[in-house]
Design a protein around this ligand. Structure first.
Ligand SMILES: Cc1ncc(C[n+]2csc(CCOP(=O)(O)OP(=O)(O)O)c2C)c(N)n1
Ligand SMILES: [Mg+2]
Length: 560
């Protein structure tokens, strides 16, 4: 590409690609043609046409989880509004997704011409506050401001690790940028937040002093460390300090669960074992690395017993220890200083969580109890497990992952349908290893048309659709018998064929023997797979009233 006549759209894409992004997810549209056309001009960046904008946003979210950032492109109004749920989810999960949107040209605006995708008036910027709300920073680019504005937007999106909204009009997008282009660095080489040295020293000293006097400290590592590219650094700290370490549901997959210090999932009374629950709740110091999210789904329906005075919380750029708050201390600097200075504890690590025992005999009908342990035994190094919201979430979050297996989920935002397109993004972002998805049937129905995109792009996910013919978890947390939880009886294992996917392994399994057989076949198959796993709907019985009352009928959590 000739930089002297680079257009605004071309410059924007090439500047974002320099971060290490090689895909742009979206749906084209006339207002966004300058951006769509530019994807053909910018080297090392390929366009992925998704089935709709919400799917594209979910795919970008999945991609950003692996690569650290992603690009999404939609058209004015109809496109960007369809994407908002997905982009808001990326904001909740702290993912820098650059949402590029086309808009009517300034010539149209100056002449006051009425246009499609609007309400028949001359309010052209009507959608900017809506799309902008899902982002932490936004800009309307022109040839004159493009270079500087992009630097501001990129810096802020990376600093806060949240989406950015970038508007490019259909005419300005095709005009050459004015000024000296900036050559950017890959994301891994960028220092995203700066620390104040005095505050940093004081924060690190406080943490080390508290750690040295703690009798039974425990660490919790949250997903924020992955967002800032600090997964390895957090694990190095856990190894060096030899602190017993747990994760919470929202953070599943953040650390390698084969680490000797890993003790399991902390989720209040719904922790992976009473030993994990007790280790966390009885710790005289809880080192929260990244910031725990204390929503009900992340705390065993608010059953977590956490003592604020015992918690030291290392957030993205601040640290809280009791009533002391240290400002402008970047999490990467805090971790680096801790790794350099922390002594290694000699105390032994409490009992770890075990593999789920195998349940069910060959000829038995399938059940959740038979499915999860078998899946666990077929996970292998390099796999990424994408976890949908629904009944599958708790068993998967509680499951001990083998060495080298990571996971991604959407516990906080919890938008069903996310997992299927997110797996497209995850698989495209990964350079090796498999991508597996476990989704409920109801969730899959929201976004299953993304299978066609996977087939067209040659993506090879392994997808398990748990078919209980219901919005099952709704019954578990509410009441059975409501017709609004019934689903259309889709033949999920036939979908790859219908969507034109070539060479996919497909099966519908109803017995333990059939499941065992298909799992072995998948291991031997270098390709995509869809397995429809028949789960009896009688499993979806309501929880005891006491649990439902605590989790869903109270207006406020009990303050401890
Ligand atoms: C976009 C969106 N719509 C609705 C919901 C409410 N909701 C949460 S779980 C769920 C049902 C999930 O059913 P399914 O995927 O079949 O999983 P199951 O629990 O049956 O295994 C629904 C409708 C939601 N979380 N997100
Ligand atoms: Mg279901």
């Amino acid at each position: 590409m000739n930089t002297t006549c680079t257009t605004v759209a071309q410059y924007t894409l090439s500047r974002l690609a320099q971060l290490g992004i090689d895909r742009i997810f979206g749906v084209p549209g006339d207002y966004a043609f300058s951006i769509n056309d530019a994807t053909e001009e910018v080297p090392d960046l390929s366009w992925v046409s998704c089935a709709n904008e919400l799917n594209a946003a979910y795919a970008a979210d999945g991609y950003a989880r692996i690569r650290g950032a992603a690009i999404l492109c939609t058209t004015y109004g109809v496109g960007e509004l369809s994407a908002i749920n997905g982009v808001m989810g990326s904001k909740a999960h702290r993912l820098p997704v650059f949402h590029l949107v086309g808009m009517p040209s300034e010539r149209i605006q100056r002449l006051g011409l009425l246009t499609h995708h609007n309400l028949g008036d001359t309010v052209y910027d009507r959608f900017q506050s809506l799309s902008g709300a899902a982002c932490c920073v936004s800009a309307v680019l022109t040839p004159d401001n493009c270079i500087l504005e992009l630097e501001r937007v990129i810096r802020e999106a990376l600093r806060q690790s949240m989406p950015a909204y970038i508007v490019i009009s259909q005419v300005q997008g095709n005009m050459p940028v004015i000024g000296e282009p900036v050559t950017g660095k890959p994301l891994s080489a960028i220092k995203r937040q700066q620390s104040n040295p005095a505050e940093l020293d004081a924060a690190v000293e406080t943490i080390l002093t508290r750690l040295s006097s703690a009798r039974n400290p425990v660490a919790i590592v949250t997903h924020l460390v992955s967002r800032y590219g600090l997964r390895d650094r957090a694990m190095e700290f856990v190894g060096k300090s030899n602190l017993p370490t747990a994760v919470m549901p929202n953070d599943k997959g953040t650390i390698d669960e084969s680490l000797p210090q890993f003790i399991g999932l902390y989720n209040g009374d719904m922790s992976s074992s009473p030993a994990v629950r007790d280790a966390v709740q009885e710790a005289d110091l809880l080192l929260d690395i990244g910031g725990m999210v204390t929503i009900e789904i992340n705390t065993g329906l608010w059953s977590a017993v956490l003592h604020p005075e015992r918690i030291i919380s290392i957030q993205d750029n601040w640290v809280r220890a009791g009533n002391k708050v240290f400002l402008n201390v970047a999490i990467d600097d805090v971790l680096a200083a801790l790794i350099a200075k922390v002594p290694t504890r000699t105390a032994s690590i409490p009992h770890r969580v075990d593999q789920i025992p195998l349940a069910g005999q060959e000829g038995d009908k399938l059940s959740s109890a038979a499915f999860y342990p078998r899946l666990q035994r077929h996970l292998r190094h390099g796999d990424t497990l994408v976890i949908e919201t629904g009944s599958c979430m708790l068993p998967l979050d509680s499951m001990l992952l083998p060495a080298g297996v990571t996971a991604e989920g959407q516990c906080l935002w919890g938008s069903i349908g996310w997992a299927t397109p997110a797996c497209l993004g995850v698989a495209m972002a990964k350079t090796s290893g498999r991508t597996l998805v476990v989704t409920g049937d109801g969730s899959h129905q929201l976004t299953l048309n993304e299978l066609g995109v996977m087939g067209r792009c040659g993506i090879k996910p392994v997808i398990f659709v748990l078919n209980n013919d219901l919005y099952g978890v709704e019954i578990v947390i509410g009441e059975s018998g409501h017709p609004y939880n019934d689903l259309a009886p889709v033949n999920y294992h036939l979908l790859p064929e219908a969507f034109g996917c070539k060479g996919w392994l497909t099966a519908k399994v109803s017995t333990v023997a059939e499941l065992d057989q298909v799992l072995d076949r998948i291991d031997a198959h270098d390709g995509a797979a869809v397995v429809e796993v028949m789960i009896p709907n009688e499993e979806s019985q309501p929880l005891p009233d006491a649990v439902i009352d605590r989790g869903y009928k109270v207006k406020t959590p009990k303050v401890r």
